[in-house]
Design a binder for this molecule. Structure first.
Ligand code: HEC
Length: 167
């Protein structure tokens, strides 16, 4: 009986904490709004096809697509891959769209270069992680705490990993 009650409490806790995710405000909202704009971007390798997640991916979703705004696209070669010596200028926005196995959009993982931004890390990147409906998965004010160690692995280019996992 006691375990049953504990189980119910645990389930309720998981349920309520999953539902109480915050709507994006501040920097998270800024990044979310920028991610919602889809025109004027270049797709990685100039292709909008859904890529199956890589072995190294820090995200659970089955598919992904990555796009670069005009400023970020200055660091792509003619095949839409990131130049090996790329250093992204301020204003660069890179959006990784994360899709469930049925290809519904689930989350945005966002990198925004703006070295004087209040939430920029030491290399000038602001890290965003929001759901498709605008709920915060990882607050930008944490400055990519959950992201940077993985993104600084051997083979990154200015923190970026698409070239390494989708050569
Ligand atoms: C365990 C490793 C890992 C963690 C943690 C991780 N990522 Fe990634 N990320 C990757 C890999 C690998 C790729 C290349 C595409 C793929 O396979 O998903 C990638 C790609 C990206 C891209 C596309 C640009 C590029 O070329 O790198 C963005 C944007 C991104 N991640 C944002 C984030 C954010 C924001 C976080 C933290 C909330 C995060 N990532 C945490 C491994 C990780």
């Amino acid at each position: 009986m006691k375990t049953k009650i504990l189980l119910i409490i645990a389930v309720l806790y998981i349920f309520t904490s999953a539902c109480s995710k915050e709507d994006a405000t501040g920097t998270d909202k800024q990044l979310y709004d920028m991610a919602l704009v889809t025109n004027g971007f270049t797709w990685y390798k100039n292709s909008e096809s859904y890529l199956p997640k890589s072995q190294g991916s820090g995200h659970n979703q089955a598919f992904l697509r990555t796009r670069y705004n005009d400023l970020a696209a200055t660091q792509l070669d003619s095949n839409g891959k990131v130049n090996p010596d790329a250093v992204f200028p301020n204003g660069s926005l890179i959006v990784k769209e994360l899709y469930n196995s049925d290809k519904t959009l689930d989350q945005y993982a966002i990198l925004y270069k703006q070295s004087n931004h209040i939430d920029a890390d030491a290399n000038g990147w602001v890290w965003g992680y929001v759901s498709a409906s605008g709920k915060v998965a990882e607050p930008a004010e944490k400055k990519g705490q959950a992201c940077t160690s993985c993104h600084l692995q051997t083979g990154h280019i200015d923190y970026l990993l698409m070239n390494k996992y989708f050569p």
